[in-house]
Write a protein that binds this ligand. Structure first.
Ligand code: GCU
Length: 597
């Protein structure tokens, strides 16, 4: 019996979908029509839809043969949005759902039309007017497919199958501590671009400079082109010619530039034009570097007052998406006094990244190489490279993003170390302006009072994150008071996770597990320990908000939620929230009370 996934892929090949690509930068600001809204949906738990050719969108009342489906009368799912939180019977569903909608379109002569999906978890295949268009694997990064040749002038039908089944050779693999929300979870649109179009671009402040901006613009589909970049507020107008590969490079000084920072998140309107195509963006210019055990933002040491965050909607169940969800979640982070958020464990919605640009929140962005990944499988490492590439290509112009993170708590096997070494080189080749990091728990404990931060991949990182749960998974909170932390690589460290579960409203003694007081006790000892560490340059405790997880089944306490949040799943703050807030307020005020920092 051929496993279902393989059958799906074999049959899929029969309808010859192409891989998605290229990825167009700044989809949200392109000339486009939104395809968000209600899509008809058919649950296909046996994966029969492919062989029954659902993608033909046939009419069962007029067409002969096996046409035992009808999108026109099928129920609807809202896009963007996971299916788990829209249909109660799909809360735990892992399989295929077919989406269909119609739309009218007029394609101007010489233009291209790209079908854009902000994210589809986990595998997607797209048919346009019954013809195979493209497919994509990866649940948290966008993809674009050139639909020009398949579009009709007038009424069109698009069908997308999305499958969120888990497999050992996927990324993430079969086991992960968050809800497997499936579906078209982010925006869907049709982007209109000229025959010669602006595919991607990078404009960054050069390290060591306060005014020199350099970068490139990639034009697709034409011979030599003049590219113009305008930054009106800086009185900058620059032109450059593309080379034979369509790449135009430029570097210029920008007197009077106000560098982006959390305190003053200055964004500049940027206009890029070439051959009739035109893209506008808002870009913040700053530098981020590591020097010794310091992290330097715009050349000055910065301490990261952070919190970790899953992309789970506040005040409702489901995958968060769009500005509104991000505004509430980042509002809670700002209320804590954060200047930093670790976006766990996968790239978040582009709306959130752009909001962080506007709010002045520094971001850690990561690909979901979470714990048990099949690093010995070259195809898996290639998937990791693809997702890393898509994350960087999408967010390379977002000032808020300072870290690309490569893995979370993966075991320190030779295959994993080699893969991370490769991925670090890939990340730096794609983007030399940001810092490369990873969150590790692969540290040695030569004795109960020592943490030796010796994971071999730290050699490949600019900054390393340590996930440690002293006081929850290991020992007691007071063990931190006598802990020695050794940093043989002499690099900046972020304590990327610590914490403990607490059921909001469950109170008791400070040594009573699962109470708010116990979680508060952990935070008090963890913060006291971090204050004493000269190479700790930040922290992002686990986690802002309780989140759904199928492995958290302690009834009456967890009930399917990981309860390490400082805010409950219904928005109530726990006592530890105020412990962290007090620490961050002291740091922000720079008072002596912050002592070690
Ligand atoms: C790990 C992991 C998280 C997980 C957390 C926990 O460190 O990185 O994804 O949710 O611990 O156990 O709560």
């Amino acid at each position: 019996m051929v496993p279902m996934k393989r059958a799906w892929m074999i049959l899929a090949a029969a309808v010859s979908p192409a891989l998605a690509g290229p990825l167009l930068q700044n989809a949200l600001n392109r000339h486009s029509i939104s395809l968000n809204g209600e899509w008809h949906a058919i649950v296909d738990s046996r994966d029969g839809g492919l062989s029954r050719r659902y993608y033909r969108n046939a009419d069962p009342f007029t067409e002969p043969g096996v046409v035992e489906y009808d999108f026109a009368t099928a129920p609807v799912l809202r896009v963007p949005g996971d299916w788990n939180s829209q249909w109660p019977e799909l809360l735990l569903y892992e399989g295929t759902v077919w989406y269909q909608r119609t739309f009218s379109y007029h394609l101007e002569t010489g233009h291209h039309a790209f079908f854009h999906v902000g994210a589809a978890n986990y595998r997607a295949q797209v048919w346009m007017n019954g013809e195979a268009l493209c497919e994509h694997e990866g649940g948290f990064t966008p993809f674009d497919c050139d639909a020009t040749s398949l579009l009709k002038d007038g009424e069109n039908v698009v069908v997308v199958s999305v499958n969120n089944a888990r497999h050992a050779d996927d990324i993430p693999a079969r086991d992960f501590d968050w809800w497997n929300y499936g579906g078209l979870t982010r925006d869907v649109s049709l982007m209109d671009v000229r025959a010669a179009y602006i595919e991607n671009y990078s404009l960054q402040l050069e390290r060591g400079s306060a005014t020199r901006i350099s970068g490139w613009i990639k034009i697709n589909g034409a011979g030599p082109q003049v590219v113009t970049v305008r930054i009106p507020d800086l009185q900058v107008t620059q032109t450059a010619m593309t080379d034979s590969s369509g790449m135009a490079r430029l570097a210029f000084d920008s007197a009077g530039l106000e560098r982006w920072s959390p305190e003053r998140p200055r964004l500049y309107a940027v206009e890029i034009a070439s051959g009739g195509d035109r893209v506008t963006d808002e870009i913040g210019f700053r530098t981020i570097e590591a020097r010794g055990t310091e992290i330097l933002l715009n050349g000055r040491p910065v301490f990261l007052r952070g919190i970790s965050l899953h992309e789970e909607a506040p005040n409702r169940s489901g995958r968060a998406h769009g500005d509104d969800d991000a505004r509430i979640l980042f509002g809670w982070a700002k209320e804590l006094g954060c200047n930093f958020v670790r976006l766990a464990h996968y790239p978040h919605d582009e709306h959130a990244i752009r909001l962080a640009d506007r709010l002045g929140l520094l971001l850690w962005s990561e690909i979901p190489l979470w714990q048990a990944i099949d690093f010995g499988n070259a195809a898996v490492v290639e998937k990791a490279r693809q997702q890393l590439n898509e994350m960087i290509e999408r967010d390379r112009n977002r000032a808020a993003v300072i870290f690309w993170s490569l893995t979370n708590e993966s075991r320190a096997t030779p295959e994993r170390n080699a893969a991370v070494h490769q991925l670090a080189a890939t990340a730096r080749s794609l983007d030399s302006t940001r810092l490369i990091t990873a969150a590790t728990n692969q540290i040695s404990r030569p004795d109960p009072h020592t943490m030796l931060l010796d994971d071999p991949i730290i050699a490949d990182l600019d900054v390393f994150g340590v996930n440690e749960y002293i006081g929850w998974y290991q020992g007691l909170p007071a063990d931190l008071d006598t802990m020695t932390w050794r940093n043989p690589f002499n690099k900046p460290m972020v304590v990327s996770e610590f914490g403990g579960d607490a059921k909001q409203g469950f109170h008791g003694e400070a040594d009573q597990r699962w109470t708010e007081e116990y979680q508060e006790n952990i935070y008090n000892h963890q913060i006291a320990a971090i204050r004493k560490l000269p190479f700790a340059r930040g922290l992002s405790p686990w986690i802002l908000k309780d989140f759904r997880s199928p492995v958290r089944q302690l009834s009456g306490i967890q009930d399917g939620y990981n309860r390490k949040g400082l805010v409950s799943d219904t928005g109530e703050r726990k006592k530890a929230f105020f412990v962290l807030q007090k620490y961050y307020q002291e740091l922000a005020a720079g008072t002596e009370a912050a002592s070690g920092r």
